[in-house]
Design a protein around this ligand. Sequence first.
Ligand code: FAD
Ligand code: NAI
Length: 508
Amino acid sequence: RILRWAWRLTYLSAIAGMVYVGVGIYEAKHPDDQPDPDPSKKTLVILGTGWGSVSLLKKLDTENYNVVVISPRNYFLFTPLLPSCTTGTIEHRSIMEPVRNFLRHKKAAVKFYEAEATKIDYEKRVVYINDDSEIKGDMSQTVVPFDMLVVGVGAENATFGIPGVREHGLFLKEVGDAQAIRKRIMDCCETATFKDQSQDEIKRLLHMVVVGGGPTGVEFAGELQDFFQEDLRKWIPDIAGNFHVTLVEALPNVLPMFSKNLIEYTEKTFKEETISIRTKTMVKNVTDKYIEAESTKPDGSKVLEKIPYGLLVWATGNALRPVVKDLMMQIPAQKDSRRGLAVNEYLVVKGTENVWAVGDCAIANYAPTAQVASQEGAFLARLFNQMAKTEEIETQLLHLSDEQGKVPNGEPRNKIFADIKELQKRLRRVKQMGPFEYSHQGSLAYIGSEKAVADISWMTGNLASGGQLTYLFWRSAYLSMCFSTRNRVLVVMDWIKAKIFGRDVSRE
Ligand code: FAD
Ligand code: NAI
């Protein structure tokens, strides 16, 4: 009997799953007809198509504004699964969602320009944009005026001016970075097996160095070691004794934002996976074949050493984009801000009235994470929807007050009076919007060999867990957070494909 019920439940879940996928596919293919943008309305320019901007666009009622989106990337990228693309566990297109797909579903049309904002002129209220793609038309630079501006351009990779990083290291922020890493891993492996390669050169080529023990570095190191254990050593047995991953971190431990026991768990797991962790080691210089790092010994003495590498992945956090730096210089209230655009509790850029900032380029006392950026974007959507409603009610009120003076005393006048009262009540309700409050759901990171660590906010406390169950939780949490049904289906298919056939080791 229990078996029969279990079978029915499975059957029902499968049907529900198919309906869910079906509705997702139908909605993606058949958007409603959209009215054109209305230039008589205020122009809201949104920069970027990352976590902050896309979360704003998702919830924004585009009928209220003349919305223009500008970004050099015509897709949204689900960054939490980007480390998996470096080894082919997931194909990069599975975590990309073209902005055109979801903009077509908005109530009113949104203009999208694939371009980089090169300068924001705050006084003139214009953004200078430049089409930096390979194909350029007669027009590749222009100016876009705005009434309201949202800056959601994210951040670039920090190098702290260390020589050689940009020339020889690879970053892990964009799709192109993941593709470059994947190609380089395979190139190192194939070159290491070239005829008569010397032992020292084989060792160097197969030494994979990751600088930065934050979550990007840790997740990448874990993925790379998995790739070696599960696939590379089977397909290219010659490299088995020499392939080695080293994680270099300047601080005394990795993952500083996680609780102490999870840091210890991660370090223990890396040891079991034979990933070397070099803490208290600061990279000072990078050449094409080795890095120079200064490590602090237990007695406090410092030693400078050369560490040869084949692949160098540089993951030492965020730095300001030039367009953000330039905007900060135009606004006197931003002069003391160093790490990004200082914003108030409504995410308005301090010193301005009509510029807001979200995500990694804004400094609102939260860590630069996707979680923060998406909550900020959703908050701005609510704020803008509310501002539009407020304006609409205020216009109606102005009109009714005018009417009230024109009609004689008695029934019609009383009716207008009652309408005004009702509208004033609505206006008070609409205006009741509190400031932005971030709700921390927790931190998750994959650490390799099908294990993950999680610091989850639970009731009033914190739940710290690590291991294989946490890994299942990590997978389901990120799957549910993927942008669309299409992304979810593709990611699941990639996971299954990698499990059955192994990862693809072609160099392209
Ligand atoms: P982004 O998402 O970086 O988007 C910026 C957008 O601006 C992009 O579309 C870009 O093309 C565009 N842009 C850039 N320059 C310009 C310009 N000049 N003009 C116009 N547009 C421009 N956070 C988590 O919470 N959980 C995770 O698991 C997690 N994993 C991560 C894994 C990796 C590998 C990385 C790199 C980051 C991860 N993060 C994670 C952090 C998270 O991705 C960022 O905090 C988040 O992307 C910030 O969102 P954003 O909108 O500010 O910027
Ligand atoms: P990070 O800023 O978190 O960590 C960078 C690390 O590099 C620091 O620990 C720093 O001490 C180290 N470092 C800096 N210079 C160095 C040097 N010269 N030599 C050696 N070590 C050096 O950067 P990361 O990991 O790129 O993350 C950026 C943001 O994205 C963070 O806010 C992070 O929380 C978020 N993120 C979150 C993820 C998750 O929740 N799973 C995954 C990836 C990123």
